[in-house]
Structures are given as structure tokens and as C-alpha cells.
Design a protein around this ligand. Structure first.
Ligand SMILES: Nc1ncnc2c1ncn2[C@@H]1O[C@H](COP(=O)(O)OP(=O)(O)O)[C@@H](O)[C@H]1O
Ligand SMILES: CC(C)(COP(=O)(O)O)[C@@H](O)C(=O)NCCC(=O)O
Ligand SMILES: [K+]
Length: 249
């Protein structure tokens, strides 16, 4: 059994897979402690090794690797930046600067589609990445995700105040909001949708209709219906992680 971790800025996504790649368990943790507790509570499917990708600081990532070793005796392999992987060439001027979650999602998407791809990750930040038909990553765009957009308003105004627990799917509608929370959530949703529309326009300019759109990230469900034919792949980063850290397979 292999433990896989995707350490984002908000959540740690984890799963346990067999050597053959079949999913055995998985979950979400909003802190290191929660992750370690969830892993300690596993009855079956004890992992023998770990591979992980992190966009957190080197200190945080090293600490997590040490904790996994100390508590469970687990050795971890961490995904590293690369110029090229599985037929994809990193398009950043300095390839080490491209977020590793983006890179792995790009690699996972191209591996699956083998054609031009637009990869959109809707998490703490929203990222869009473009891959040409020959596997050349062209670069991408980054903007604040829903948590950051609402936090900016709650932090920098005096009268916009509501808790995360009040954010529910039923808030999202087409008509103008008639309460503060509705107005903010619907406004941020329109920003999100406008961003997505812009990315689709760019992809159409490059490749007309001959590209595949991949959607991933915790808030991908908010925009899935906006993109006909988009592939909603929650574990896209893990697909790339398996290619980046294959030694465990
Ligand atoms: N069970 C959940 N707990 C917390 N957030 C969730 C959950 N399911 C979906 N989300 C959404 O996921 C978003 C975070 O997405 P994610 O891709 O995990 O971000 P990151 O990779 O930046 O940590 C949150 O804004 C939240 O709306
Ligand atoms: C853009 C990101 C903050 C997205 O992180 P996430 O929302 O998935 O937590 C992350 O990929 C990152 O820190 N990237 C480094 C900067 C860059 O990609 O240019
Ligand atoms: K993201």
C-alpha cells in the first residue's frame, strides 16, 4: 500500500492505493494533526511508503516528512521540479518556480489526453495551464480562488462579515443577491466564471475546438457545468504524482 499526499495551501488531500494503483482509502485534512490522526486511525490498508507533492514551504514539507517517519516509520518521496516529464516540457522561464501541483496536473492531463489541454485547478488559488499538442507547456494564469476572494472582502471592509460555515450551495443563483452573503458569493462566483470564460477563449484561439479541458481542485464543482465536455478529474494531481515518483510502483 502506498500513501499519496497532495499538500495544498488549504487542505491536505490523501489517499492510499495498492501497488497496482487501485484506490483503497482517501480523505481530506485541514491540518497536519488531522492528517496524522486520520492515518493513525486506519485499521486496514497500512501504507508501506509515501509519495507526496507540496506547495507549502520547505520547512513545513520537511516537518511533515519527519512526522510521517517518526509516527509511522514511513519514508516519503517528494515530487521535484523538472524541465520535462512524460512528454511534457515545462514552459516557465525558470522551471523550478512553477507550482508543483500545477506541473503534476499538467503532466497527468497530457498523459491522458495526448493532445492540446487546458488544465484548470480551482482551489485556494485558481490556476489555468495551457499545453500544446506536442506537449509544450505554454504557461498559465493565477488568480485568487473563492476562499481568497471572500476573505479579501471580509478582511478589508468593515461590514462584510460571515463565517465559512454559512457558505452553502443554495446561495448561488443567477439573480442579484438580496443579502450581503448572497451579493458577495454571487459576485465572486461571477469573477470565477469570467476567469474560466477567458481561459476558454484563449484555448479556442490557439486550437479552435481541438483541445481537452480538465477541471480539478476542491471548488471545481462550482464551474463544471459552465464548460461543456470538461473532464472533472479530482485526482489529476495524483495522476501526475505517480509519473513523477514512479519508484514505488
Ligand atoms: N470537505 C471539504 N472541506 C473543506 N473544503 C472543501 C471540501 N470539499 C470541497 N472543499 C472546497 O475546496 C476548496 C479548497 O480546494 P483545494 O483544491 O483543496 O485547495 P488547495 O489545494 O489550495 O488546498 C475550499 O475552498 C472548499 O470550498
Ligand atoms: C499557484 C499556487 C499558489 C496554487 O496553489 P493551491 O491553490 O493549489 O494551493 C501554487 O501552485 C504555487 O504556489 N505556485 C508557485 C507559483 C507559480 O506557479 O508560478
Ligand atoms: K489551485
Amino acid at each position: 500500500m502506498i500513501l499519496e499526499l497532495d499538500c495544498g495551501n488549504s487542505l491536505i488531500k490523501w489517499r492510499i492505493i495498492t501497488q497496482a494503483g487501485a484506490l483503497a482509502e482517501g480523505g481530506l485534512a485541514n491540518s497536519e494533526e488531522k492528517l496524522l490522526g486520520d492515518l493513525a486511525a486506519l485499521v486496514n490498508n497500512q501504507p508501506q511508503a509515501c509519495r507526496l507533492v507540496s506547495v507549502r514551504s520547505a520547512e513545513e514539507t520537511d516537518r511533515l516528512v519527519s512526522l510521517l517517519k517518526a509516527r509511522f516509520g514511513l519514508s516519503s518521496v517528494c515530487a521535484q521540479p523538472a524541465r520535462e516529464l512524460a512528454g511534457v516540457r515545462n514552459g516557465y522561464e525558470d522551471y523550478t518556480r512553477l507550482g508543483l501541483d500545477r506541473w503534476l496536473a499538467v503532466v497527468g492531463a497530457y498523459q491522458s489526453a495526448q493532445k492540446a489541454c487546458l488544465v484548470i485547478d480551482v482551489g485556494t488559488a485558481i490556476t489555468a495551464d495551457f499545453i500544446a499538442p506536442d506537449g509544450q507547456h505554454l504557461g498559465g494564469f493565477i488568480c485568487p480562488g473563492m476562499p481568497l476572494m471572500r476573505d479579501q472582502l471580509r478582511t478589508h471592509t468593515r461590514k462584510i462579515r460571515y463565517g465559512d460555515e454559512s457558505v452553502v450551495a443554495s446561495l448561488y443563483g443567477q439573480s442579484p443577491g438580496r443579502s450581503t452573503i448572497e451579493a458577495v458569493e454571487r459576485g465572486c462566483m461571477l469573477m470565477l466564471r469570467g476567469f474560466i470564460r477567458g481561459q476558454l477563449e484563449i484555448a479556442h484561439e490557439y486550437w479552435r475546438d481541438d483541445f481537452e479541458t480538465f477541471l480539478t481542485g476542491g471548488d471545481a464543482g462550482l464551474v463544471c457545468e459552465q464548460i461543456p465536455g470538461a473532464r472533472l478529474v479530482p485526482d489529476l494531481v495524483f495522476a501526475g504524482l505517480a509519473l513523477a515518483c514512479p519508484i514505488l510502483r
